[in-house]
Design a protein. Structure first.
Length: 730
């Protein structure tokens, strides 16, 4: 019962999370098509004339849409407000998640995620610089699944930035803020990403010249974080969960194998009788496979029912807390079926078949005699006379049950592997957040869309391009100054024609001094060979530094972005800025990671401790059941229940302590190997494997606490063992 309840719970959680994840992804892409999401947008200083509007459509084979907006203010919050009529049934459409759309000049509909963060309800009054409005509904705009006020922001902002809808009349006659002349475009013909990128560059150049530099911003959809950020996060969100589940399946398979083996030993004479009556190995095999397979099938079936009904809502609620997705549709997930049904069935069937097939091949005579395992001739030796009676009993109990306790060692290795995995994730994430903060080389790091000259003190020019290496994207940075000449890059010592790489790149791909590696440009497909001259301690991202001459020679045909390192904020027009990295943006980015992942890590901890308890309980129970006759004999000899528990259950406690001392270091080694393998093959980026020292003590403390509970349970069980059992013949 304990196993099936645990298996139902873990199957439900994993199935629900995968179903929710897959459903969110499919709904997102379906919404992108159904809601006619833009291929890009741009903002101008002045409104386009109708002739200019048509000219752009014809010149670049696009359909243009007027998406003007006004930015209202509310307690220092920015409310980017659009007219309903500009979007409805046209482009970047929306869904009303709760309530209704505004119908008059005193009503407004706000983004659902923003309202959730600020505890705003439908029907509340909402004051902006243009007046007081009634919130009639919560909305999700198809082009704002993540609330980025500016694409240059390092992270979204659900607390102080919101998108809103009002009627066209309200937009034109009630809102008093400045109009932003924003236009969305959609290509009329099907183009691949590379073609869209080239067309977007031509359109941006045309607008820059045509409007006499009156372009405020130009943003293709592929670079728009408000559209891409959320789905990128969701699509790469299952790696840790899958790793966690594989460890649990391995642990449960071990438990099934152990209980099956014990059952055969307990029913040896019955099996011998059945074989003598003509039952074949296949007959018996089918009989003993029924229970573990039934438990697995029932657990998987019920777990999936819970996954599709209860747990999927939990997983999607984590996404809805951070992102502005429309209402998702639940889809059948092949991945969830394979992972939570077929994989456990296959593992349990294989493990049990292997054990049963071998065991049931023993001769009928051996089964009738109860000799189902190899028995070595016992070696008699005298225990020290000074050893107390109870210590002698402990020693005999442990040596008599050494195969069971050996199984406990293996079981606790699985349990500790799961436990250390669950406990280390939050501290590891905290360390990664610290590394992100320390990766900042200057108080203000600017990346620009195009060249813009800045002549100020303590400002150093850089150039940046992106290359693909392995499964990752690396930032290649060209610098004019380094070492003692630089205010910000003092730890870098460049050699002409060679590069300096960051700590994360070195750790993930095992690069070292004088190594060479080949990286590919994402758009041109050109492959570049880079030689490592030295390593840098900078962590948090993949960086490659080159001297400016080498950078210019190597990437003269690639897309290159200029930038600056500065100790103070620079006076650069917003339309020129692609991104600004500051301490505040890095802090917001790291906090967002904790917000989106923290609850999942808590669940990992809970299931890890639960499996740990299940394994200790089952193994302790097996020891008591196998020694029930001896326990009954001790009662006849006058031992009380406390002394009997000291003899047997305390012996189990001694083994638990010794097993912990062995398996905790082993679990660290195994998890490190698994972590590195998963990060290299499945995960973009790099999180250095790290275990906080307190985790080892916590693991040991949890083991003792769990065993204390198991001890009390077994104390009650041993009390119920009847004296008559001592008279039963083995």
């Amino acid at each position: 019962m304990v196993i099936i309840v645990f298996f139902i719970a873990i199957c439900g959680l994993i199935s629900g999370y995968i179903v929710g994840n897959d459903s969110m992804i499919k709904t997102f892409y379906k919404t992108q098509e159904d809601f006619n999401v833009e291929d890009g947008h741009f903002e101008l200083n002045n409104e386009l004339s109708s002739s200019s509007f048509s000219n752009i459509e014809k010149s670049f084979d696009v359909k243009m849409y007027n998406l003007a907006f006004k930015e209202e203010s509310h307690d220092n919050h920015v409310i980017r407000t659009y007219a309903i009529e500009d979007r409805q049934d046209k482009v970047n459409q929306f869904e009303v998640m709760e309530g209704r759309l505004p119908q008059n000049g005193s009503e407004i509909a706000l983004d659902r995620a923003y309202c959730n963060s600020n505890k705003i309800n439908v029907g509340d009054s909402y004051v902006t610089n243009s007046g007081t409005f009634v919130v009639t509904g919560f909305i999700a705009l198809a082009d704002y699944s993540a609330l980025f006020q500016d694409n240059a922001d390092a992270t979204m902002n659900t607390t102080a930035f919101c998108v809103a809808l009002v009627t066209k009349d309200t937009f034109e006659n009630v809102l008093t803020s400045k109009v932003h002349y924003n236009y969305a475009y959609k290509f009329n013909s099907e183009l691949d990403d590379n073609q869209k990128e080239k067309q977007a560059e031509k359109m941006m150049t045309y607008l820059y010249i045509y409007t006499n530099k009156g372009i405020v911003s130009f943003l293709p959809a592929s670079d728009n974080q408000a559209i891409t950020f959320a789905i990128d996060d969701v699509e790469h969100d299952l790696t840790f969960l899958e790793m966690f589940f594989y460890i649990i399946v391995a642990g449960l398979a071990f438990v099934f194998a152990l209980t099956t083996k014990t059952k055969i030993e307990q029913e040896a004479k019955t099996i011998g009788t059945l074989k003598a009556m003509g039952y074949t190995r296949i007959n018996l095999l089918g009989h003993y496979l029924i229970l573990p397979m039934a438990v697995t099938l029932v657990g998987a079936a019920i777990g999936n029912i819970f996954g599709y009904t209860v747990f999927k809502d939990f997983s999607t609620s984590l996404y809805y807390r951070s992102y502005s997705f429309p209402t998702y549709t639940t889809y059948f997930s092949v991945k969830a079926f394979l992972l939570t049904t077929l994989v456990p069935i296959a593992v349990v069937l294989f493990i049990n078949f292997a054990i049963l097939f071998g065991k049931l091949g023993i001769s009928t005579k051996a089964f009738l005699q109860g000799k189902v395992k190899k028995r070595r001739k016992p070696t008699a030796f005298e225990l020290p006379k000074k050893m107390s009676l109870m210590n002698k009993i402990h020693f005999r109990v442990i040596t008599t049950n050494k195969s069971t306790y050996a199984s406990m060692l293996v079981g606790l290795l699985f349990a500790n592997l799961l436990l250390i995995f669950g406990l280390c994730l939050n501290p590891m994430l905290d360390m990664f957040k610290e590394e992100i903060m320390q990766s900042q080389v200057a108080p203000y790091e600017y990346v620009l869309k195009s060249k813009y000259d800045v002549e100020e003190e303590n400002v150093e020019a850089i150039k940046i391009t992106m290359l693909e290496y392995g499964i990752d994207t690396i930032q290649v940075i060209g610098v004019d100054k380094w070492g003692d000449e630089s205010q910000y890059l003092k730890d870098i010592n460049l050699v002409k024609g060679e590069c300096v790489i960051s700590k994360d790149l070195q750790e993930k791909y095992k690069l070292k001094k004088d190594s060479t590696f080949e990286a590919k440009a994402p758009y041109s497909g050109e492959v570049y060979t880079l030689k490592v001259s030295s390593l840098n301690d900078q962590a948090g991202a993949f960086y490659v530094y080159l001297d400016m001459d080498t950078f210019n020679d190597m990437f003269k045909n690639e897309q290159v972005l200029p930038g600056y390192l500065s100790e103070h904020e620079l006076d650069i027009p917003d339309e020129k800025i692609y991104m600004v990295v500051t301490k505040e943006t890095l802090q917001a980015s790291s906090e967002q990671m904790s917000l989106s992942m923290g609850d999942v890590f808590v669940l990992f901890d809970a299931f890890a401790i639960l499996l740990f308890a299940v394994i200790i309980y089952l193994l302790a129970r097996i020891v008591v059941e196998k020694n029930a006759q001896s326990i009954a004999m001790m009662k006849i000899l006058g031992f009380n229940n406390f002394e009997i528990n000291r003899a047997y259950n305390l012996s189990t406690g001694i083994v638990v302590v010794l097993s912990e001392l062995i398996t905790i270091p082993l679990s660290y080694v195994l998890l490190k190997v698994l972590w590195v393998a998963v990060m290299k093959v499945r995960m973009k980026g790099w999180i250095t494997f790290y275990i906080e020292p307190w985790i080892y003590f916590a693991m040991f403390g949890i083991a003792i606490a769990v065993f204390a509970v198991v001890f009390l349970i077994e104390y009650i069980k041993t009390k119920k063992i009847p004296l008559s059992l001592a008279l039963k013949r083995e």
